[in-house]
Design a protein around this ligand. Structure first.
Ligand SMILES: C[S@@+](CC[C@H](N)C(=O)[O-])C[C@H]1O[C@@H](n2cnc3c(N)ncnc32)[C@H](O)[C@@H]1O
Length: 245
């Protein structure tokens, strides 16, 4: 049997109803809550014959494991995670791909925010090491406001090997590291590209760092030594987008 998950957040539920309705098993709404946004979701669910139940807030809180559900939650079948073979297909289908590598991001808020940035910047796939990263949890979906249902997340067994494989296919890998001498704004980000970001505490692991074609830093003028990974991801992706337009 496929794994199941409770999803919350109006954007996340709307995205999954629109894109993968076959994954939605049931919808639960807060008893007495009547507003246009929730009614829209109920209408959408009923178009696909998805059952809907009403319940008190405590029931929804308990099922979602959070009180941040905005009065509607959905139980879904989790999709099969994408792997190295899927990545090959994605690259073949994309002219001049822009990819994002997250080397072991473990905070669901950061992964959700990175997926949101990735979607906005037109990233073809986000690549993560399978055993070192947070997966698509309900919090990731909520924070990603619909991007977790759209941006392919590819979990690979050996990140350094995948990076070499990308390079063999002509993808230039730029790692973001605060101590790098080369400034992000001087790097050429116009061709087939993967931007590699490090994890919250440790940054890029040694092997991942050594597997990059070049390392770049985002100028820091104040007293703190690094940016949050999702902020740094947004800056790097949108510099790439600016250069590629
Ligand atoms: C919170 S930082 C990790 C800090 C870690 N102590 C380190 O030494 O890299 C998470 C990731 O965001 C990116 N990042 C943060 N600030 C950056 C900067 N000023 N320049 C380039 N990348 C940065 C890097 O990829 C980094 O690994």
């Amino acid at each position: 049997m496929s794994k199941q998950q409770w999803v919350f957040g109006l954007h996340a539920i709307q995205a999954i109803l629109e894109r993968q309705p076959e994954q939605v098993i049931e919808l639960w709404c807060l008893k007495g809550r009547q507003d246009e946004r929730v009614n829209q979701l109920i209408d959408l669910a009923s178009q696909f014959g998805i059952p809907m139940q009403q319940a008190a807030r405590k029931t929804l809180d308990d099922k979602a494991g959070s009180s941040q559900h905005q009065g509607v939650i959905a139980r879904i079948k989790e999709a099969k995670p994408l792997n190295e073979n899927d990545l090959d297909l994605i690259i073949k289908q994309t002219d001049k791909p822009l990819l994002l590598i997250l080397d072991g991001v473990t905070d669901p808020h950061n992964l959700g925010a990175c997926l949101r940035n990735a979607d906005a910047a037109g990233v073809a796939a986000v690549i993560v090491p399978k055993d070192k990263s947070v997966g698509i949890t309900p919090t990731v979906r909520k924070v990603a406001v619909g991007a977790a249902e759209v941006v392919p997340l590819v979990a690979v067994t050996n990140l350094a090997r995948t990076m070499r494989h990308l390079q063999q296919q002509g993808v230039w890998i730029v790692g973001a590291a605060g101590e790098a001498d080369c400034d992000l704004y001087q790097a050429d980000l116009k061709g087939p590209l993967a931007i590699a970001m490090g994890a919250e505490g440790k940054g890029l692991r040694r092997l991942s760092r050594e597997s990059c074609d070049t390392l770049v830093s985002i100028p820091m003028l104040g007293s703190v030594s690094s940016l949050n990974v999702s902020v740094a991801t947004g800056i790097c992706l949108f510099e790439a987008l600016r250069q590629r337009r």
